[in-house]
Design a protein around this ligand. Structure first.
Ligand code: MN
Ligand code: MG
Length: 631
């Protein structure tokens, strides 16, 4: 356990101990409540984290609290505030109100904060009693970043009266600037309608940091909604925290976006990253997980050298919330009070019955084939498209639906799967089945493009050679939400062959193909065949780096969210009965077995038809159920 308060004792006269606290990716998690299962979620939420903030503030007089984005979206509370409760023109957004109550000093935005549109976002920011800064997402680009027309202030100077080691006042100016993934303009292209432009994170920092120094910043802190990735800068990179730290004049980096924890074992062995020292390129850095799971803490010892304040020592830590912190604090707690009305409204909304399902809806086996939870989403999308075509009197090409598993374990842990029993379906179940606020998109693609689409998705699997024993089946670096399954086809995935595309979507093996026997209605799909496919705005915006020019293939872009299509589908039919029968299957691989980890809830569904042969190997240390798959 790292000692966190060495500096109050050590700061001498003329030296200042400054503590930076950072939250990230709160995703509307204020109350420790899981809105999908409608159960308490101990160990997360800003209200629970507030106690830790108070403790850490009490240890030193010089503390600043920051958030680095993705706070306004991510659970049914966020949707409720954005839609059911109406825009927040007349009152402060509950998340912003909670942050006001906790006394944040500044924040930046994340990509998901743009999900509900620019007007909603700016109204929310207007309610903040702290500056919200963002330098690389702008209204209009100029010749250099300094000439851009800003959306929000690119940086702010926080003038604070701190106290030095002898208790004497020390006036310091802390400069904070914000950066977020430039991909925002693609991912939310449909909603932002070309109203914002993005710049490269490192390019932006290189321009603004010297400007902040000129304006009088003693210390410069990067509020960076970006993850810890490659050490070398590449143009437009999404996870730029390491090269950002290397920018001359940046004193500390508060990172986020990837929902990981830093310092921590996740980033071990990466160039420029010191997981023990908690530094990126030698600069102190933190990342506070997800949903208020951790508080990033950087302690800086500041001294004056040649008339300038500099950090002469530092400590970084990601402080976890004790799992026992089950309560969000008393109802009188100002953070709890800020969201109380919206929380109650959300609970009433998610409990509203919509219809019922005859079959259980689960996602535990999606990477093996059978996935009734995804089948229901596909059925809803296909019904919507068929209706659309009927109205247009269009007999057109065959209709397909692309659906990927969103809840598939991973960082979300062994309970992060859809697992809905047969019976009534409430709104919370539908939010669980489709929790991103993606809009529906219909694309017209060829058989050849379908083949590339499926090859890219098949990168989920590690290569398993014939005769190999107990290799892990799934590539942990491949996000499950890029594992698109095309409902309406049938096909076979041969994991004995190398993946044609790497985890980032670049062509890795030109000659390789894993997906074969692609058929529609029992007939092989030809390269020139045409299909209409229902997908989402994330994919058509370029999300996942698929080798299909989706943006140019859009034929319908209805202003409707996929989740609303799903909700309408269930409401209209009242009863749904999605089959588990898989769309695709894994090819046999002589003498090979592979290891497949999934949620322990999978054990209740082992009788599902279409599953390969599975042997239960018990639970992993993290609580995943481990199976041996005979291929
Ligand atoms: Mn996030
Ligand atoms: Mg993000």
């Amino acid at each position: 356990m790292r000692h966190t308060q060495p500096f109050p004792a050590r700061a001498a006269a003329g030296q200042v101990h400054l503590r930076l606290l950072s939250t990230t990716d709160l995703h509307m998690q204020v109350m420790p409540h899981d809105y999908y299962t409608d159960r308490p979620a101990p160990g997360r939420g800003l209200a629970a984290l507030a106690g830790l903030v108070a403790t850490l503030r009490a240890e030193t007089s010089n503390t600043l609290l920051f958030d680095v984005g993705d706070m306004l979206q991510g659970n049914p509370l966020g949707d409720y505030v954005a839609r059911d409760a109406g825009p927040c023109a007349d009152r402060t957004h509950p998340m912003i109100a909670a942050m006001n109550a906790l006394g944040y000093d500044a924040a930046t935005l994340g990509n998901h904060d743009f999900n509900y549109g620019l007007d909603f976002l700016l109204a929310a920011c207007a309610g903040a009693s702290f500056p919200v800064v963002l330098a690389n997402i702008v209204l209009k680009k100029g010749a250099t970043p300094l000439d851009d027309t800003p959306l929000l202030p690119p940086y702010r100077l926080l003038r604070r009266r701190f106290h030095d080691g002898a208790g004497e006042p020390a006036d310091l100016t802390i400069g904070v600037f914000g950066v977020a993934p430039p991909q925002i303009v693609e991912w939310d292209g449909a909603i932002l309608e070309g109203r914002v432009r993005a710049r490269d994170i490192v390019e932006t920092a290189r321009a603004w940091v010297p400007e902040m120094r000129r304006a009088g910043a003693d210390i410069i802190v990067a509020l960076a909604h970006t993850g810890i990735g490659a050490a070398r800068a590449s143009r437009g990179m999404e996870n730029a925290a390491v090269p950002l730290a290397a920018v001359r004049g940046v004193d500390a980096v508060l990172a986020g976006h990837s929902h990981l924890v830093f310092p921590g074992s996740h980033h071990a062995g990466m160039p420029g990253v010191d997981t023990l020292g908690g530094t990126l390129h030698g600069k102190p850095a933190v990342m506070g997980g997800y949903g208020g799971s951790h508080l990033g803490v950087i302690d800086l010892l500041l001294d004056q050298r040649r008339g300038r304040w500099r950090p002469v020592a530092h400590l970084s830590e990601a402080r976890g919330l004790p799992a026992a912190t089950a309560s969000g604090g008393p109802a009188a707690d100002p953070v709890v009070r800020a969201v109380a009305r919206a929380h109650a409204g959300t609970l009433a909304s998610i409990r509203r019955p919509v219809g019922h399902t005859d079959k259980p809806l689960f996602s535990h086996f999606a990477p093996l084939g059978p996935a009734p939870a995804l089948r229901l989403v596909a059925e809803a999308k296909l019904a919507y498209l068929r209706n659309l075509l009927r109205e247009a009197g269009d007999t057109g090409p065959p209709a397909l639906a692309a659906v990927a598993p969103f809840k598939a374990g991973g960082l979300g842990g062994p309970m992060n799967y859809s697992d809905i029993a047969a019976g009534p379906l409430a709104l919370r179940h539908l939010a669980d089945l489709y929790h991103y606020p993606n809009a529906l998109r219909v694309v017209s693609v060829t058989g050849a493009e379908i083949a590339e689409w499926l090859e890219r998705a098949a990168g989920l699997f590690n290569r398993i050679l014939p005769g190999a024993r107990d290799q892990p089946l799934i590539d942990p670096d491949f996000p499950s939400y890029n594992f698109d399954v095309l409902h309406g086809l049938s096909y076979v995935v041969d994991v004995a062959r190398p993946s044609r595309y790497d985890a980032r979507g670049r062509l890795a093996h030109r000659g390789a193909r894993r997906v074969r026997d692609i058929c529609h209605d029992g007939r092989p799909v030809d390269a020139e065949d045409r299909f209409l496919v229902v997908t989402n705005s994330y994919r058509t915006g370029g999300g996942g780096g698929f080798p299909v020019p989706f943006a140019r293939r859009i034929v319908h872009a209805p202003a409707i969210l996929t989740r609303d299509v799903l909700t309408d589908h269930v409401r209209r039919r009242q009863g749904v009965s999605p089959e588990a029968t898989p769309v695709w299957r894994l090819a046999p691989c002589a003498g090979a077995t592979a290891i497949f980890d999934t949620g322990p809830g999978a054990r209740a569904h082992l009788g599902t038809p279409g599953l390969p042969s599975l042997q239960d190997l018990g639970d992993t240390a993290e609580g995943f159920a481990r199976f041996r798959v005979t291929l």
